[in-house]
Design a protein around this ligand. Structure first.
Ligand SMILES: [Zn+2]
Ligand SMILES: [Zn+2]
Length: 468
């Protein structure tokens, strides 16, 4: 057994002054599903046997110039690898275990994040021993994996950490983003942006949802894909919420047949991009909102680049195949997905069914492809009946839709976005699947959660981030 990798490290050689390495040019976010984080924290905060630590294995994405580590799985440092445990100096584990960690990371194209806890510390800092251990392991890990690798210490819902890239100290941890319902953050420092002053216009929402809601909404970015029946309602409500940044996405131009259900559209908009109408609608409601429209379809490079910068993706598209691609994309980046769709069936020109669904997917739950909505059979049938480009054929018969039913579904989806950002439901509203019956007027939460499918092709991409 080697005792090389000691953490926290017993001082054997002089440890370089921390200030030498203290500041790095880049920033890192660690992004992880809430329930996986709960198990990691339960392990590292368990002091019943002394100090504990964990290695996280993460995909990687570069988002707006920041490094994002997308946690896919984790290993506790097992009892069998521990070669010394002492309350005075913490935990030592074997070199053999460190090698197994490295091999697993290389085999699965993952970066490595070493996590331990300083318990209830308000401003945790890596101790000199933590730094020495990190310097022993992580530059080497980052060279061999080709991924950022770092050491993170947690406190009382706070965190800090140092990261290496290609052997060099390259970035500091800014936050751990826990992607659940709601999304929460363990930050290294409070958000540095100048916080907006409370606005009278949001007074009633603040009274309903709580004093922090306005700031949480103002700091959020929400992307809406598909800007007709459902998406236009969504953009309107996000604007009234005061969501700080809205990313409307659609490559279509407004047609006269859209005027019956596209909120904000007028006859003079015919022939204009749908994104133009949404920019105008949102900024009519609140000129302070930043709108970053993308007048293109999923998955053009511009659309993918914009979606990566969102905190939440709302999908209001017609085609199942596009839904499946958006679902896989959100899986890759640990992005919560709120999806709505409505199918109206008629007989003898009368409505007989108006079946809608609202599905919310977070990293810890089954995805759209795990469930029956996007089964292989559904996708195959669509491919046969509606080959690509079908809906852009001007002679194709349009699907029946009703603005008020789109609006009911979109409003429930907006509630879900509000809960993901503010947690207003107090945990009552989880990710899941709601069925809407527009004929009878009912919204029903599916009683049984959809199980994760072992062979789901979208789940296989989870946390893989940018293509290598
Ligand atoms: Zn420590
Ligand atoms: Zn899945």
């Amino acid at each position: 057994m080697s005792r090389l990798h000691v953490w926290p490290f017993r001082r054997r050689a002089p440890v370089p002054a921390i200030t030498e390495l203290a500041r790095a040019p880049g920033t890192v976010e660690v992004r992880v599903g809430t329930s996986m984080w709960s198990s990691i924290i339960a392990h590292v905060e368990d002091t019943s046997r002394g100090e504990e630590g964990a290695f996280l294995f993460s995909g990687y994405a570069c988002i707006a110039g920041n490094d994002v580590m997308l946690v896919r799985d984790w290993w506790p440092i097992p009892e069998s690898a521990v070669v010394g445990r002492n309350r005075a100096f913490g935990l030592e584990w074997s070199a053999e275990f460190s090698s197994r960690v490295l091999k697993h990371a290389v085999d699965s194209n993952a970066g490595i994040v070493l996590v331990h806890s300083h318990h209830q510390s308000q401003r945790p800092e890596l101790s000199p021993d933590d730094v020495a251990t990190a310097r022993n392991l992580l530059p080497k890990f980052s060279r061999i994996t080709g991924m950022p690798c770092g050491s993170v210490v947690t406190g009382a819902k706070t965190s800090m950490g140092w990261f290496w890239k290609r052997g060099r100290r390259a970035a500091d941890l800014t936050q751990i983003r826990l992607v659940g319902s709601p999304i929460t953050y363990w930050r290294s420092a409070p958000p540095s942006d100048v916080l907006p002053a409370p606005k009278r216009r949001h007074d009633r929402t603040r009274r309903a949802i709580g004093p922090r809601a306005e700031t949480q909404l103002a700091l959020s970015s929400v992307a809406v894909i598909g800007l007709c029946g459902g998406g236009s309602h969504m953009c309107q409500q996000l604007a009234h919420f005061g969501v700080g940044r809205i990313i409307p996405v659609d490559g279509d131009l407004v047609e006269d047949s859209n005027l019956g259900r596209m909120i904000g559209s007028t006859p003079t908009d015919i022939g204009k991009p749908k994104t133009d109408v949404m920019v105008r609608l949102i900024n009519f409601i609140d000129p302070g909102i930043r709108v970053d429209p993308v007048g293109d379809y999923f998955a053009s490079p511009e659309v993918l680049a914009a979606l990566k910068t969102a905190d939440i993706v709302v999908s209001c598209v017609d085609r199942f195949s596009v839904r499946a691609d958006i679902n896989a994309f959100c899986r890759r980046y640990h992005l919560p997905l709120v999806d709505i769709g409505l199918v109206i069936k008629t007989k003898d020109e009368r409505l007989v069914r108006a079946d809608g669904q609202l599905t919310v997917v977070i990293p810890d739950t089954a995805c759209l492809r795990c469930g029956p909505l996007l089964s292989d059979a559904v996708l195959d049938r669509e491919r046969r009946e509606r080959p690509a480009g079908y809906d852009r054929n001007p002679y194709a018969e349009g699907d029946p839709q009703v603005v008020s039913m789109n609006g009911t579904l979109a409003s429930e989806a907006a509630n879900m976005v509000l809960d993901l950002i503010t947690g207003y439901s107090g945990g009552r509203r989880q990710a899941g699947w709601w069925q809407y019956n527009g004929r009878e007027g009912s919204m029903t939460l599916s009683a049984r959660p959809v199980p994760r499918r072992g062979d789901c092709p979208a789940c296989a991409e989870q946390g893989h981030g940018d293509p290598l």
